[in-house]
Design a protein around this ligand. Sequence first.
Ligand code: ADP
Ligand code: MG
Length: 229
Amino acid sequence: MAKKTALGLSGIERNYGQGETVLTILKDASLNLYEGETVALVAPSGTGKSTLLHIAGLLEHPTEGEVLIGGENCSGLSADRRTAIRRNSIGFVYQFHHLLPEFTALENIMMPQLIAGLPMAEARERASQLLDYMRIGHRGDHRPSELSGGEQQRVAIARAVANAPLVLLADEPTGNLDPETASYVFSALEALVRQSGLAALIATHNHELARRMDRCVTIVDGKIVDFVA
Ligand code: ADP
Ligand code: MG
């Protein structure tokens, strides 16, 4: 059976206007991420990793090119439809957790499910299971400020997968952690992704962590190419 594409990027171009000059960050960048596939995006700072992830996550529009999520071309869609796809099919993890400070860990993981229309009890049950899976079940009642950096990131990862998305996008999810914590959090992320059959595109500077993915890509002259360590 042919592999199905979870995320398709085709001929992506992204320019930033800077006064008289135009800065081209991505040019003819293309990538197919198959269902269940994990890919590391390894490239130096300033090459366009965040830009690419934001475009893939429908948080930004490319200047040119197409983004397909689960086979659906998202380019010409209404803002409402893009938001719906983002909520249901895409999970996003940032370098800094971006958890809601006034809510507990459990509530932060419940939130996207409630927005998607799940009943309270169901959302709570799934959030609780995800916390257990990330080995922070005992931290459910804590607010983000009462958690360590590694715990905050594990909550952020749990929140990103709470609605069982098709694609997980992570922008240097362990970049803010010490090496030992980074390795632990990355392992938790990897286990969750593999167990749930998610497709994942993970930007990281850490080559050791990147090598654990199915394959590695980088950005050269605005294009996505295979990365050979
Ligand atoms: P990375 O995540 O790989 O560090 P980014 O995608 O954040 O790279 O940025 C790529 C390049 O685009 C950088 O040179 C950055 O300065 C530039 N850039 C990013 N966002 C903007 C913006 N809104 N306006 C102008 N330039 C930007
Ligand atoms: Mg970045």
